[in-house]
Design a protein. Structure first.
Ligand code: ADP
Ligand code: ZN
Ligand code: ZN
Length: 781
């Protein structure tokens, strides 16, 4: 039998299956989707078996054998392997990089290069090796490398690739009853009886604590053959702080209609957009649909956007479906993720709830995929290998012949356009479940506010309203719009701002560890209080942070309990959940960034204040208006979710901008129509598709020249008025990780030949060693 293996090397030149012979001892164990170790160009490498061919190898080319199987059950289904292949073929990232994206991080293998000493007589080598037999390659001083190289040639030293497997399975120790002797001491009799009452098996720790058994006692019972020990595989528990309770609701007529429509379509492939205002009961609909899916013996994936809202969402799913739910969010440790993932793989749970990567949950019989807040940018993975969870969801729903349900109060412009054209099915919820209607909104014109000489960022109007909320024992939520914003340090004397030496951005100041960090390459330096340019000590923190807002609130309302939610306060295990729990039970005011705008459901919040609505309008991204509108709508949805009506106060310098105007009215149709006019003129999505080619090089000139050549190639091969090729243009951040970047932007309608042209260009450029990548889901550039 021959196995086709994709090798764990992210290099386009080896991006194809390699054939290995399956040794006889693995027959019957080997399956497609398992990992193995093979020898690849003289080194041991991990690989994924993607195909098995039941034939003898031709005698002309001798095949190497598979060294070792790492799994006894496949870690990837055939569906996911095919999916990885398709994604790789449309994006030009290597096949292996998608295979690795689909499995938990603990299944990746760590490789390290080591040197092994063969000639133990050599004095100089013994010194270099610190008198050890093996040493990490990286520990060798660069100046000694020529000598080492010589020694390798002479076989005095051997270069070995070492690797470490990372997966760790948690076991519990079980005490098992083996035999019952006729005579027993009292203590032993007590233990034996306890075991009998528990079907002969009890967890050791439980037995120890309940009957106060010493290790010595139990060990002696093992020696006598009364009991035996056994290790049983177990999962790590995910803590939830909030008590779980499921509240079942009776659907309103509107909800019932939407539910019926969706339920009737569950048996085949379909794509639905559920456009429902905040608080209209979208989540209730999801929960009930999933119940139907489970009744049919099928499984469900639910994607929710940011980590911050996961605890609350998770709670609703856990309280309805209990142990049937696996959770995937980035706050989980790698080991816990691995446990959750195994529950899915083995069919021990029916539902996976999580952020972007949960779209790869290895279910085998999907009945529905739900993407909540479908407009969210975080569903796109921006790093290599690029993918968009919505695109993956579409592919998986088609493959599994099931429904894809996209839900949002503010659908992405392109999703709504598709729904209006009938590409997606559209269902709508236009009323809030509690029938209170949308909250009232008020605007504060910051231009006027400043003229009155107000020194606080909180306007008079907002201050008054927070005060009445505190008096009534109700809660307020204040949002600081911080997209495209950062804290940085500026010299007051010469105006110098410290920038990253590798990237074209200013460094962000972090108060908690007093460092300056680059958010693109993680370059970090400690802040010293002297300007590197002029030596002045007069440095100033620029940027308006949540901490400063907190100080202001403490001045205005000395007795109020203010809870702050930002990256600093939510660090650590269950960080978000702890902050939210604290606010719900003890807080008067919650202040936070974007992370509080979405998904939170606190019935006692009756006031929402937006401190600076316009911040996100200024970022150079064609979606900035959509995002501003969406933020206002989402955040307004946080007010008045209980039985008390809500009020939203928005502070802005641009009260007449259409994104702000329609956002305040929560008028999606109005915003959509206006925005579509703009997009049509500018030839943006959804009127044109967009794909971006990124070309990188260490030298500015090289990056530009190469990009220009690629653009010319494109223009030469394309003879179609439906395609516009623009560039080379440097992106907003034009240098990252010491590489200069140039973008070529392709806007096109339906151009069937484009894929082939791109394929040719990419193959050619990759073979020349060009650093080139493709982004089919450009968000900002
Ligand atoms: P969305 O996901 O659209 O924001 P949710 O499903 O979270 O809306 O519903 C908002 C709140 O209203 C939740 O607390 C939910 O339990 C409640 N709710 C939804 N539908 C009903 C209903 N028919 N009767 C009573 N409460 C409901
Ligand atoms: Zn950097
Ligand atoms: Zn200076």
């Amino acid at each position: 039998m021959i196995a086709e293996v994709i090798i764990d090397l992210k290099n386009k030149s080896v991006d194809k299956p390699y054939s290995y012979l399956v040794p006889d001892e693995f027959l019957g164990v080997v399956e497609v989707g398992e990992r193995c170790f093979v020898e690849f160009s003289n080194f041991k490498r991990m690989g994924f078996i993607i195909n098995l061919i039941d034939e003898e190898p031709s005698s002309t080319i001798p095949l190497k054998e598979i060294d070792e199987l790492l799994d006894l059950e496949p870690v990837l289904s055939k569906e996911l392997i095919e999916l990885a292949k398709d994604l790789s073929e449309t994006s030009y990232y290597p096949f292996i990089s998608y295979l690795l994206t689909m499995v938990p991080a603990t299944l990746k293998v760590n490789y390290s290069k080591k040197l092994r000493l063969l000639n133990k007589e050599d004095f100089r080598l013994n010194i270099l090796f610190n008198m050890e037999e093996e040493i990490d390659y990286s520990k060798i001083d660069k100046r000694d490398l020529p000598y080492i190289k010589e020694c390798i040639k002479n076989k005095d030293v051997e270069l070995v690739y070492d690797f470490k497997r990372k997966e760790s399975i948690k076991y519990v120790r079980i005490v098992k009853l083996e035999s019952i002797p006729e005579k027993l001491t009292d203590k032993r009799k007590e233990i034996v009886d306890y075991l009998i009452n528990n079907n002969g098996q009890v967890e050791w720790l439980k037995l120890r604590d309940e009957l106060n058994v010493s290790l010595d006692t139990i060990n002696r019972m093992e020696n006598k053959g009364i009991i035996s020990f056994m290790d049983k595989e177990t999962y790590r528990e995910i803590e939830t702080l909030k008590p779980l309770k499921d509240k079942k609701v009776t659907f309103t007529l509107e909800q019932q209609n939407v539910f019926n429509t969706l339920k009737n379509d569950l048996n085949k492939h379909s794509v639905y957009l559920l456009k429902g205002i905040t608080g209209s009961g979208k989540t209730e609909i999801y929960l009930n649909l999933i119940e139907e899916v489970i009744k049919k013996g099928k499984e469900a994936i639910v994607l929710v956007p940011e980590i911050s809202l996961t605890p609350m969402m998770v709670n609703r799913f856990k309280s309805r479906f209990g142990a049937d739910v696996a959770i995937f969010h980035s706050e989980l440790s790698n080991n816990t993720r691995y446990d959750e993932w195994r529950k899915v793989l083995r069919g021990e749970v029916k539902i996976a709830v999580g952020a972007r990567s949960a779209i790869f949950a290895p279910f085998k019989n999907l009945g529905i995929i739900i993407i909540d807040e479908e407009h969210e940018q975080s569903y796109k993975q921006d790093n290599a290998p690029i993918y968009h969870a919505k695109d993956v969801a579409l592919r998986r729903a088609k493959q599994n012949d099931c429904m894809l349900l996209l839900g949002s109060a503010t659908p992405a412009i392109e999703s709504y356009a598709r729904a209006r054209k009938g590409v997606f099915n559209l269902v709508e919820l236009n009323n809030r479940a509690n029938n209170l209607g949308l909250p009232k909104t008020m605007v504060v014109d910051l231009n006027k506010e400043f003229q009155t000489g107000r020194r606080f960022t909180i306007s008079y109007l907002l201050e008054e309203n927070i005060k009445t909320r505190i008096e009534r024992g109700e809660q307020s939520l204040l949002l600081l719009n911080r997209r495209g914003y950062s804290n940085y340090i500026m010299c007051k004397k010469c105006g110098h701002v410290r920038k990253c030496p590798n990237c074209d951005v200013s460094l962000t100041y972090h108060d908690y560890d007093k460092t300056l960090k680059c958010h693109y390459c993680n370059y970090t330096i400690k802040l010293n209080n002297i300007c590197p340019k002029c030596g002045s000590e007069n440095l100033e923190k620029i940027g308006y942070g949540t901490e400063k807002l907190e100080e202001e609130l403490n001045t205005l309302f000395p007795t109020a309990r203010v809870v702050r939610m930002d990256n600093d306060t939510t660090r650590g295990k269950n960080g978000h959940e702890k902050v939210l729990y604290d606010f719900e039970n003890n807080g008067d005011i919650l202040i936070g960034t974007q992370m509080i705008a979405k998904g939170l459901d606190f019935p006692n919040v009756t006031l929402v204040g937006v401190i600076n609505a316009d911040q996100s309008l200024s970022i150079p991204d064609f979606r900035s208006k959509e995002q501003t509108f969406e933020l206002l709508t989402q955040v307004s949805g946080r007010a008045g979710r209980g039985d008390k009506p809500g009020l939203v106060i928005v502070q802005t310098y641009n009260k007449d901008h259409y994104a702000i105007k329609y956002g305040l009215k929560q008028d999606y149709e109005g915003f959509y129509n206006e925005e579509m006019k703009v997009r049509k003129i500018a030839k943006f999505i959804p009127f044109y598709n967009m794909t971006v080619i990124k070309v990188k090089a260490p030298e500015l000139k090289d990056a530009f020249t190469r990009a220009k050549i690629i653009k010319d190639k494109l223009n030469m091969s394309l003879d179609n008025p439906e395609v516009i090729v623009m560039g080379p243009i440097p992106p907003t951040i034009s240098r990252v990780d010491s590489l200069y970047i140039f973008n070529i932007i392709i806007k096109y309608k339906i151009v069937p030949e484009l894929d082939n042209i791109l394929k040719n260009i990419f193959e050619d450029e990759i073979s020349k060693g060009t650093l080139i990548s493709l982004d089919r889901f450009p968000t900002s550039f």
